[in-house]
Structure formats: C-alpha cells, structure tokens
Ligand binder design. Structure first.
Ligand code: ADP
Ligand code: MG
Length: 399
C-alpha cells in the first residue's frame, strides 16, 4: 500500500538549479481529508495500454468545406478521435449530439468542425458556446481560430474577470461565434448587449462542471434564450439526474455518444509520496523536480496563498515556475498559462478552480502538493496529464 516514492537517502538535496533554501515554514499540514490513500495509487502494471482506435471516418475524405479540411489536416489531425468519429457526420446532418466524454477526448473539434462547416454555408448563422471556465473559453477560441483560418468566420469571447466594455463593443460587430462563461453572457444578454437572434447552434461543454460550480440555473436560462429550431451539442463527463433532466428538456432525438475508455485515467501511473515528519513538503518537491523526466510539471495546492508561496519558493530556489490562482487577474492567469504551454516555464503551481479545463500537451507529472478535497477534484487534477493517450504520472503527497 503506502510506498516511499522517493527513497530516504535521495533526500540529499542535490540542488540542480537551486539557490539555497528559503527557510519558510508556512506549508501547513493538511489533515481531515477523508479519501483513503490507496485511492491515489495505481502502479505501472495496472495501466492499460489503450489500443489505437480505428476510426470509421477519415478527415481527408470527409465531405466538408475545402478550407476547413485543409485547416484540420494542417493541425496534424489525420484520424478523428472516437468522439469526433461518431459525432461529426450526424452533426453535419443536423442531429443534436449528446457526448459523455472526459477532457482530452477531442470534443472541441467534434463540435467546431460541423458548426464551422454549416456557418460557412450560411454565414448569417451564429453559434453560442457555453463553458464553465474562462481558460476553457480562451482555449476553444484558439482552436476555432486555427480551424477557421482563411475564412470570414469570427468570434467574440465573453468571460468574466475582464472588462465588459470591449466585449460589448465586439458584440456590436458581426460575429459567428460567442464563446462564453455563463455569468458573463447572462449579464450581457440582460444588458441587451448580446443578441441570441440567428443563433442556430448551442454548445454546452463540461455541463457537469457548470452544475458543480452552481451555474445549472443560468445554463437553462441561456438555452431558453436561444430561438428554436436550433442544433444542440451537449457534453458532460458524467450524467447526474439534474443533467439528464436538462438534456431531456432540450434535445430532440439526439445521437448519444458515450466514450468511457478515453478518459486518459488508465494511462496515468499514480502513486503517493509519503512525507516523513519533520521534513518539509517543499524540499521533497524540490527533490522530485530536479529528477530526470520531470519535464513539465503541474503542482496542485489547496489555497491561493499556499500556491503563491510554493510558486515563490520554487522561484527563489532557481526553478522556472509560474502559478495560477484566484488572486490573479484573468490576464495574469492567461499569461502564466501561456508561459507553461509555450515551455517558458516548466512548472506551474495551481489551485483546483484555476486549473479547470486547461489543456496543455505533454504534462509529464501532476503533483498533488496538497491532497485534493474530493475524488472528483483528484480526477480532474490528474486528468491534466496522460492526455491524448500519452503516459503520465500523478504523485500525491501524503503526510
Ligand atoms: P476535450 O475537449 O475533450 O478535453 P480537446 O478538444 O481539448 O479535448 O482535445 C485534446 C487534445 O487533443 C488537444 O490538444 C487537441 O489539439 C488534440 N486533438 C483533438 N483532436 C485530435 C485529432 N483528431 N488528432 C490529433 N489530436 C487531436
Ligand atoms: Mg474540452
């Protein structure tokens, strides 16, 4: 069961890029968790090698707009992921789509490709995409830009944490996509700055998280604002009775796609790192980070202050680290996320909320510096590695 990931003697502190210890001691010990530590362990021999998925459809031969197709191929997407394989053709035919799929399964292109294709044929049409977090909205807008390159399609991102003014202004100009978080777009609709006229496509991404975050009512309010007939694309990693009710209310004879096997969790080796008494977690973290293979590491802390302190301490020790947490502005968070994405830093320290929905390729390790509050948080955290069928490692510090 409980293992030392690190042997005792490896804590000799051979500081790679370190500049000496900062001597701070405010890394509070977290007790009171209720998740048994065995939950955090999954050894390499339990890891299932996912078989390469054999798709029915190929992008090359898909009957879609030529520019869109070029853009897909330019991104290096040759074969569709399972959800893309099952969703795109029915969606092109106008069917509602329900997808039960975890992050990392390629949902974004699964809804963007058919919607872009339809809007290219009818440029007066609009799509509304509602997502739980600001980061996810930005991420989707980036994917949209690359898929719609060289076309006249444009989009407005409506998210909190940034000024209303510029969004109100952008909404006055023609746009085909509104990519939004629930609170902000609701606000903009109520101010009559955003119009749902001509919205023919509605995407709800990560519906379960929107419910978790208390946006359930807002989501229903928003879908109600969109005129019918429309085509709906609803995605959730899990289905609860709340969510099934919402889906049943709005969906017309949808195609249902359930992709359980691509949650990536099976490709993640998981272990605990026991922190001996009188040893600081930051020192164990330091030891791990200088090891070979810890190339791109996401470190999770429980509180904004803890995350800030860990980040600062790592920087003091000479590591290239950044952080995202709730005390940063949206612009600051995005900047840090980009630095991590673009490998300007190779360590990102984050709180749970700030990290939701981030899709950064090639994260080698997720380290739970603090134990997650719930099993769901754990799953979301470790799902940041092992993406797109790459192997990843998740380590949880246990005191
Ligand atoms: P989800 O929305 O399910 O979390 P994403 O749409 O963010 O998943 O996709 C996860 C990653 O996989 C992204 O980096 C994306 O660029 C990549 N990806 C998506 N579709 C394909 C494809 N058909 N081939 C290769 N990579 C893909
Ligand atoms: Mg997604």
């Amino acid at each position: 069961m409980g293992q030392y990931y690190n042997s005792q003697k490896s804590r000799g502190f051979s500081r790679g890029g370190g500049r000496g210890r900062g001597g701070r001691s405010n890394y509070g010990r977290f007790s009171g968790n209720t998740i048994h530590e065995s939950f955090f362990i999954k050894k390499a021999d339990e890891i299932i090698e996912e078989e390469a998925y054999v798709s029915e459809m190929k992008f090359e031969t898909l009957d879609i707009n030529a520019v869109l197709k070029q853009n897909i191929l330019k991104k290096g997407y040759t074969n569709p992921t399972p959800i893309q394989d099952k969703a795109i053709i029915p969606a092109l035919q106008g069917k509602d789509v329900v997808g039960v799929a975890k992050t990392g399964s390629g949902k974004t292109a699964a809804f963007l490709i058919p919607i872009i294709n339809k809007i290219l044929a009818n440029p007066s049409e609009k799509a509304l995409i509602i997502v739980p977090t600001r980061e996810l909205a930005v991420q989707i807008s980036v994917e949209l830009k690359s898929l719609a390159q060289g076309t006249s399609i444009n989009s407005v991102v409506c998210i909190g944490g940034t000024g209303l003014g510029p969004q109100i202004k952008s909404l006055r100009y023609p746009h085909n996509f509104i990519i939004a978080t629930p609170g902000r777009i609701k606000d903009l609709i109520e101010r009559r700055a955003a119009s749902m006229q001509n919205v023919k496509y509605v995407v709800l991404d990560e519906v379960d998280r929107m419910f978790d975050m208390g946006f359930g009512k807002d989501v229903a309010f928003l879908v109600d604002k969109v005129p019918t007939p429309r085509q709906n694309f609803f995605f959730s990693a899990t289905l609860s009775s709340n969510i099934e009710q919402l889906f049943a209310k709005y969906l017309v004879n949808p195609i249902k796609i359930d992709i359980k096997t691509t949650d990536g969790i099976n490709t993640i080796e998981q272990d605990i790192v026991r922190i001996p008494k009188a040893v600081k977690k930051i020192d164990i973290l330091h030891d791990l980070l200088i090891k070979e293979g810890f190339n791109k590491v996401l470190v999770f802390g429980r509180t904004k202050h803890g995350v800030k302190d860990t980040h600062q301490e790592l920087v003091n020790r000479g590591f290239k680290a950044d952080s995202i947490h709730g005390n940063k502005t949206q612009a600051q968070r995005q900047k840090s996320l980009n630095a991590f994405k673009e490998n300007k830093v190779n360590i990102l320290v984050a709180t749970d909320v700030a990290a939701r929905g981030i899709d950064v390729m090639d994260i080698t390790h997720v380290i739970n510096f603090d134990i997650p509050a719930t099993k769901e948080d754990y799953t979301h955290r470790i799902g940041r590695t092992g993406r797109a069928n790459k192997k990843g490692t998740a380590l949880t510090f246990v005191e």
